[in-house]
Write a protein that binds this ligand. Structure first.
Ligand code: SR1
Ligand code: MG
Length: 424
């Protein structure tokens, strides 16, 4: 029987069938005899419980928030309400970019749990990139996903009353924004208690970065933008661990950090993770050189950005129904040039902001609390540090000099140049 609990209780492998057995959407999909369900807890992220439930007729994923940060323990409380934001973000992402996020089968706000489609045989993109797999579709799929969700969630497209109501709803996701505000934008730039880095190998470059006044100023300018520019509904944590792939499908998961922020944040975080994968490939060459993988990754960066720009421009021309850059000022009076000029200015801002966010994401994954498996799985610490150090320098350059960079090819060339200096 289903227990209708109002007070939260974490699920266990043993209690799940009993507690969720009567949920029609779940039982209808995987089989009504919950005693026959097989349950595994597979969560390896920083925050939540994740169960795969296999029944006679199918499988589902059950994701449940815990009232604390799983990575750290109950000394760091975290509201269950993040599950509410994840559920609402998933519904909006499905409406704005259909077919990319997992289908939601059931949501229980009090128990902070979401039952959703089990993605199989998908694997986490980060693991695929570490293994050296070249996925052919990720750039196109993710470029489209970002353009559609970011454009369609903004005042460029939405009725302003709806957008303001949504802004108010997501404004309550305070604690998850607080994680980003501190862990991403602040902690890497001083000796914060939870920081760690590959030591002593990286000590000199870490000292150099923390002494870098221009970098600290620019990091805070990016934080200011993150906090103050409530432009669109973001995924909020769009790294390669929030993406699942097969050779012919790309899916985006885990939008619990969703909130209204600057468009460039999602784009910068994603490209940063591709660039980090690029720098980490030198640490994964035991089975052979990764030259082709490195070329592939820079290609993914360039294509993702190109697809994002092209789709954003298409939506600008065909779906600009919101109150910003109103057609009455441009197209309706025959001024196509003015509309294109405004589009160019908006894309230019996203470009520069994207670089700033990307540089900072790279820093926090090497210097902060939450590191990336791309580097962490390189066991030889000298080798790991020799991958991380150029990534740190690249991150510094694209943050501080972002307004002097004009094309994605130029930025990719900088990545190759900085990597080459270390390898020579
Ligand atoms: C304490 S949470 C650390 C990180 O895990 C999540 O995936 C986010 O990236 C967050 O910054
Ligand atoms: Mg996550």
């Amino acid at each position: 029987m289903t227990v209708q609990q109002t007070s939260f209780e974490a699920l266990t492998v043993d209690s799940l069938p009993h507690r969720l057995g009567r949920i029609g959407a779940l039982a209808g999909r995987i089989g009504r005899d919950s005693a026959a369900w097989k349950v595994r807890e597979v969560g390896d992220g920083n925050l939540n419980l994740v169960f795969i439930v296999d029944g006679p007729t199918g499988s589902v994923v059950v994701k449940q928030a815990l009232p604390y940060v799983r990575l750290v323990g109950d000394s760091w409380p975290l509201p269950l309400k993040r599950s509410f934001f994840e559920y609402h973000a998933l519904t909006r992402q499905e409406a704005r970019a259909p077919g990319i996020v997992p289908q939601v089968l059931h949501f229980d706000e009090a128990q902070a749990l979401i039952v959703m489609e089990y993605l199989t045989p998908h694997v986490i993109l980060r693991k695929a990139l570490i293994a050296g797999h070249e996925l052919p579709l990720i750039a196109k799929d993710l470029g489209l996903f970002m353009a559609r969700t970011l454009f369609r969630g903004a005042d460029l497209a939405m009725p302003t009353r709806d957008r303001k109501a949504d802004l108010a709803l997501f404004a309550d996701n305070v604690e998850l924004c607080d994680i980003t505000e501190n862990l991403v934008f602040t902690d890497p730039y001083f000796e914060a208690a939870m920081n760690r880095h590959t030591a002593p190998q990286l000590d000199p470059v870490v000292a150099e970065l923390r002494a870098d006044r221009d970098l600290r100023v620019e990091a805070q300018r990016m934080k200011h933008l993150f906090a103050a520019n409530a432009e669109t509904l973001l995924h909020g944590d769009l790294h390669s661990g929030s993406i699942m792939v097969t050779g012919d499908e790309t899916r985006v998961i885990d939008p619990e950090f969703a909130f209204y922020g600057p468009m460039a944040f999602d784009v910068g975080m994603l490209l940063a993770n591709f660039w980090m994968s690029y720098f980490s490939q030198d640490g994964h060459e035991a089975a052979g050189p990764r030259d082709s993988m490195r070329a592939y990754l820079l290609g993914v960066v360039a294509e993702t950005w190109a697809v994002f720009r092209a789709e954003f421009a298409r939506l600008w021309r065909t779906e600009r129904t919101g109150m910003l850059y109103h057609r009455s000022l441009f197209e309706d009076r025959g001024d196509m040039i003015g509309s294109e000029q405004a589009l160019g200015a908006v894309l230019q801002s996203i470009w520069h902001d994207m670089l700033g966010f990307a540089g900072i994401e790279i820093h926090r994954r090497i210097l902060g609390l939450a590191h990336n498996a791309d580097f962490e799985t390189i066991e030889d610490e000298d080798l790991r540090a020799s991958c991380e150090a150029p990534a740190l320098r690249f991150g510094r350059q694209i943050t501080v000099a972002r307004h002097k960079m004009h094309s994605i090819d130029e930025v990719n060339a900088l990545a190759a140049l900085i990597r080459g200096e270390v390898r020579r």
